[in-house]
Design a binder for this molecule. Structure first.
Ligand code: SF4
Length: 380
């Protein structure tokens, strides 16, 4: 690996003070001994990674702020030494759970160079947040926002989930309006997915009528587009909305198929055309590092149509869509020719639109994004 800059570095901090019943991320209940052993392994993985400049750094989880702020500061310092900034715009994000934030934490993050917070709110209706297993109050979120502004954090994002059990259109509007009123810069909205093996899967099996059907989910999504759009947020990707100047560089790097290095258990990397994912077994990850061995990884090299299809899928998810000439320059094919019949069918169905060299989802296409974008991945 040379000195070419990485698009991003992702660091996985997998411990949570409690486990939410809908979650299928790589996460474990917080145990101090595991957490200390894990971060020691992570430091070793960082120290043994080839040093390269990186455009952005993202600390995700789990609940990264389950660690004390001093541990996060030390981690960011080591990461910044190993992966120096490419320019002054470098984005360093931490995901935080508002109820685990202690006084002074956010100020310490800001001093260490963290300039973006992604706050796991999920719902501003506290009974919905409880049903999701979350323990924070709206007052906790407001405190985070105040601390972040006072500390000079550049960008604040909240995550919200819609299509929750029993959630009405008015309920969802209430959450969106609360996010807007808080003055956050970025909002990610996701429809609830029922993940296999989670308590929510069992709840769904017992009482599917409590969950939103496809029609309601589509209406809720449209409400998000309209409400956030009217409040001045640009929908720059199907799930992501930003005020001017606050698009996430970390996200943007994924969608343009940029390179990234993942550190930690279950973390994915995309380097030199190869995608690999570290073991999702905590003990296996820590033991490999402690023995000085490579972390077990699943590897996959996307080639030919699979690589092109993935690039199409990722680009179509963004507001910019596919720029055919840029695509041709990078991948050596004209997508408007290679995918001519698929594209024509989607344009006729009103889910894609084309203007000159650009191909984008229509509003209706955004409602059906998974099947429209996914179609390019499965083409052979
Ligand atoms: S805090 Fe986040 S990562 Fe942890 S269990 Fe809840 S949803 Fe999953």
């Amino acid at each position: 690996m040379g000195d070419e800059a990485l698009g991003g570095v992702y660091v996985h901090l997998p411990f949570c003070p409690y486990i939410c019943p809908y979650c299928d991320f790589a996460k474990w209940p917080l145990r101090r001994s595991d957490a200390a052993r894990y971060i020691a392994a992570l430091h070793r993985e960082i120290a043994e990674s080839p040093s390269r400049p990186a455009e952005n750094i993202f600390l995700g989880g789990g609940t990264p702020n389950a660690y004390e702020a001093t541990k996060i500061v030390e981690l960011v310092e080591r990461l910044s030494e190993r992966f120096p900034a490419v320019d002054e715009e470098r984005e360093i994000t931490i995901e935080i759970n508002p109820d685990a934030v202690q006084p002074g934490d956010i100020e310490a993050y800001a001093r260490a160079g963290i300039n973006r917070l992604s706050i796991g709110v999920q719902s501003f209706r506290e009974e919905e947040a409880r049903a999701l297993g979350r323990r924070h109050s709206n007052a906790d979120v407001e405190r985070c926002v105040r601390d972040a502004r006072a500390s000079g954090i550049r960008s604040l994002s909240v995550d919200l989930i819609f299509a929750l059990p029993g959630q009405s259109e008015a309920d969802w509007m209430e959450s969106l309006d609360a996010a807007i009123a808080l003055g956050v810069d970025h909002c990610s909205t996701y429809g609830l997915t029922i993940e296999p093996g989670t308590p929510f899967e069992r709840l769904y099996a017992r009482a599917p009528e409590r969950f939103a059907d496809e029609e309601l989910e589509a209406r809720l999504y449209e409400i998000a587009m309209d409400r956030l759009g009217a409040a001045g947020f640009e929908q720059y990707e199907i799930s992501n909305f930003a005020r001017s100047g606050h698009r996430s560089r970390h996200n943007g790097n994924y969608w343009t198929n940029g390179s990234y290095l993942g550190l930690g258990v279950g973390a994915a990397s995309y380097l030199a055309g190869e995608r690999s994912t570290a073991t999702r077994l905590l003990t296996e990850y820590m033991e490999a590092i402690e023995r000085g061995e490579p972390v077990p990884r699943e590897r996959e090299r996307l080639e030919g149509l699979a690589r092109l299809g993935e690039a199409m899928m990722l680009a179509l998810r963004t507001a910019q869509g596919v720029d055919a000439s840029a695509f041709n320059q990078r991948y050596g094919i004209d997508p408007l020719v290679t995918y001519a019949s698929t594209i024509a069918g989607f344009i006729e169905a009103g889910v894609l639109e084309r203007s000159d060299e650009h191909l984008r989802l229509t509003r209706r296409g955004r409602l059906l994004a998974n099947s429209v974008c996914g179609a390019f991945v499965t083409l052979e």
